[in-house]
Write a protein of this length. Structure first.
Length: 441
């Protein structure tokens, strides 16, 4: 391990934002794109990620590691202790300064702070707590802060961080104990699950108005109640590094939502960053396409009332590469279709491909005042190129159609081909960066 001494803050920022790009517990990933002197803006490595506020706003976050030094040797991680990479660490005041300076320049609205493990989990979490405490109390920063908790840290430190951060997350890393033991032998499942349960219980105390879920703090000279992890907790799994099926992955996801009340479960397609004989070989189809299908299915679990066993089973353990999970389910259950727009209940409408949560709500509200036709549905946001195969308006379909599984599947696959091509060829949009923007820190 090569530890750098007397490094400038800008150099530290470049190393530690790049080291954070594989942590996807927010809604964007890294990119490296140059304008070649012919446009506006330039991106190198990463630095800004995005999350969404409860009111739907997209919030830009400074995404960094506190340190890329680590005492663990996880085979999938670029920061594993056996890798010969430059090692740097911020000080709490440096993170505070960066956050405030970028906030003042209107580049960010909050902070996403993760870390390698320096000396021990408790030592690292103590530094993270000191950082967030200073941001809140000395720098008076009350923007959004997402903190990664370190598995193995003491409950006392986890609790202290929970009262100054908005969201906390503990990475599940891999979906099974066996996979974790194989690729991250220094970690154990119990150390990951224990702080998850602690955070869940702390949030539960707050929701139930239990005093343990609040703490009195001074803010601008006045006493106020601080909530414990007000934005909830999330987790992340690496997919494709070990041979679990989509059915196994989604079963773990469903368990996370039910047992730990997670706000989000994130999926990170495995990238062989270490390129050595210890690194596991990628498994399965295109990893980005597989990640995309998992996110689509995750959405169905959280908002559309689906269960994992409706989407997959032991006989069909992986998602269809050609069709998205909702279309695939509908094609396999044509006996439930078509549904009549004027009479179907809200939850039945949610199962129709092309009809989302908002458009289903608009349909149930609007049909009380008049008869809906296909042009009305289009104005409400219904994607008719998918929905037309599964609905009727006033007993009539949009066009004559034989309810044949193969015919409908081919038509739906054609509409999804452009998006699939973009994912497979990595032409989708990626996150912005703070680097090379001419900012001095």
């Amino acid at each position: 391990m090569e530890i750098q001494q007397n490094m400038t803050l800008s150099k530290k920022l470049k190393i530690l934002t790049d080291a954070a790009k594989y942590d996807v517990a927010c809604t964007s990933s890294g990119v490296d794109r140059s304008n070649h002197g012919q446009g506006i803006g330039d991106t190198h490595a990463c630095g800004i990620c995005h999350t969404f506020a409860s009111d739907g706003r997209c919030v830009s976050l400074l995404k960094i590691l506190f340190t890329n030094e680590c005492i663990y040797d996880c085979k999938y991680c670029i920061n594993r202790k056996s890798n010969d990479v430059p090692r740097v660490s911020f000080t709490p005041d440096e993170v505070c300064r960066l956050t405030i300076e970028f906030y003042r320049r209107n580049y960010i609205e909050g902070l996403f702070l993760s870390s390698g493990i320096l000396k021990s989990p408790d030592f690292t979490m103590s530094l993270i707590y000191e950082t967030i405490w200073k941001l809140r109390n000395q720098y008076h920063f009350f923007g959004y802060i997402h903190v990664k908790a370190i598995p193995g840290a003491s409950p006392e430190i986890i609790e202290r961080v929970g009262f100054v951060a908005d969201r906390m997350s503990i990475n599940l890393e891999l979906p099974t104990k066996e996979s974790l033991q194989q690729l991250a032998p220094n970690k154990n499942f119990k150390n990951i699950v224990t702080p998850m349960r602690q955070i869940q219980n702390g949030i539960g105390n707050r929701i139930s108005d239990n005093k343990q879920g609040y703490r009195i703090i001074k803010k601008n000279g006045k006493k106020t109640m601080s909530k414990f992890v007000p934005a909830g907790q999330s987790t992340q799994m690496i997919i494709g590094a070990t041979p679990e099926t989509d059915y196994q992955l989604m079963t773990v996801t469903e368990s996370m939502y039910k047992q730990f009340q997670m706000k989000r479960v994130f999926y990170s397609a495995f990238v062989d960053v270490n390129h050595n004989i210890d690194a596991p070989a990628p498994i399965g189809p295109n990893p980005l396409l597989r990640e995309h299908r998992l996110y689509q299915a995750d959405w169905l679990l959280r908002y559309y009332g689906f269960t994992v066993k409706e989407l997959l089973n032991e006989q069909y353990p992986n998602f269809n590469v050609v069709l998205d999970p909702k279309c695939d389910w509908a094609v396999k259950h044509l006996e439930k279709f078509p549904v009549e727009i004027m009479t179907a209940d809200y939850y039945t409408l949610l199962r129709v491909p092309g009809i989302g949560v908002k458009s289903a709500g608009r349909i149930t509200s609007a049909r009380r005042y008049g008869v809906l036709d296909f042009s009305s549905l289009k104005k409400m946001g219904v994607v008719l190129k998918r929905a037309a195969y599964f609905i009727t308006c006033g007993g009539k379909m949009m066009f004559p159609l034989k309810m044949d599984q193969d015919c409908i599947a081919r038509a739906l696959a054609d509409t999804d081909r452009k998006q699939t091509y973009a994912i497979e060829n990595d032409t989708t949009y990626k996150q912005m960066t703070l680097m090379d923007m001419g900012v001095r820190v």
